[in-house]
Design a protein around this ligand. Structure first.
Ligand code: SF4
Ligand code: SF4
Length: 278
């Protein structure tokens, strides 16, 4: 093919910040669809896949992870400047991730529990979402994200349309698959009514209440759910612990947890299921 007739493919870059890489792996998990994606876009940067790097600007940047160092702050500003569309992938990037638990305690408390020499660490006292630093065009939720929702977002951007991604709660998915409600039957505390859909109600389908991986659903009344669960025998510490996981710093979860417990952060396991409580 001559240079004149060569098709110029849009560029896609995938960037990592403070994260476990699970959301990037969701892109690799697409497998057959990934081959089609690589024919439609040019992968400009994606260290989970290739060492090759193409200089910006980029048509689409997928950003995984939260902002936890001075270097992160500088890097996300640069990526924003180089990107036409910036899409965050996952709970870390959208709300600060599980590492945002550090935001609730004095700086240095957690490193001192884990490292023999925390003085060698160079990190900010907080873990913040990408949107706290730069404009974000789209936030894809989940811990990890759902690979088919990611595919939909990429296809939508290539077709210049809005992504069609569910914003209702996990309960709707749970009912659609015919699972008996764990909260109503008293089996387990569950965040499904206030958590955004996307996982196809995986945890309730195997008898575990929802952990809130996809973060608060639109208009979620978390305090009301907490009151209902309390009135059905669940301890405040159990409920706060549920809220203080992957999306602990999402405002709706953070405020509801604060209303439940006097301490800022709950540590360790708390009984949640009927079996654990007895
Ligand atoms: S959102 Fe979850 S799966 Fe994705 S990078 Fe963060 S911790 Fe890993
Ligand atoms: S088990 Fe949880 S997600 Fe399923 S319907 Fe009950 S409250 Fe909703």
């Amino acid at each position: 093919m001559s240079a004149d007739t060569a098709v110029v493919r849009p560029t896609l870059a995938v960037w990592k910040f403070a994260s476990c890489d699970g959301c990037q792996l969701s892109l690799l998990d697409l497998e057959p669809e990934l081959l089609a994606i690589t024919r439609a876009v040019r992968i400009a940067h994606f260290t989970e896949m290739t060492r090759a790097h193409v200089e910006g600007p980029y048509d689409v940047s997928l950003v995984e992870g939260s902002i936890t160092t001075d270097d992160d702050v500088a890097r996300i500003l640069e990526i924003r400047e180089q990107s036409r569309f910036l899409v965050t992938i996952g709970a870390c990037a959208a709300t600060g991730g599980v590492q945002a638990l550090r935001n609730f305690v004095e700086p240095g408390v957690f490193p001192a529990m884990v490292y023999a020499h925390p003085e060698y660490l160079r990190a900010l006292g907080t873990s913040t979402p990408v949107s706290a630093h730069v404009a974000v065009d789209y936030e894809l939720r989940g811990c990890p994200i759902d690979r088919f929702q990611l595919l939909e977002v990429i296809l939508a951007l290539l077709a210049h349309r809005r992504p069609i991604v569910a914003t209702h709660s996990v309960c709707q998915e749970c009912k659609a698959r015919g699972t008996v409600c764990l909260a109503v039957s008293g089996e387990s505390a569950c965040l499904g009514p206030v958590t955004r859909a996307g996982c196809n109600a995986l945890c309730p389908s195997v008898g575990r209440g929802c952990f809130g991986c996809f973060g608060p659903s639109e208009g979620a009344n978390v305090n009301s759910l907490m009151q209902w669960l309390r009135s059905h025998g669940h301890a405040d510490v159990t409920l706060a612990r549920l809220l203080q996981t992957f999306n602990a710093a999402a405002p709706a979860f953070r405020e509801a947890a604060k209303n439940l417990v006097a301490t800022k952060v709950t540590l360790g396991a708390a009984p949640r299921t009927r079996k654990e409580r007895s």
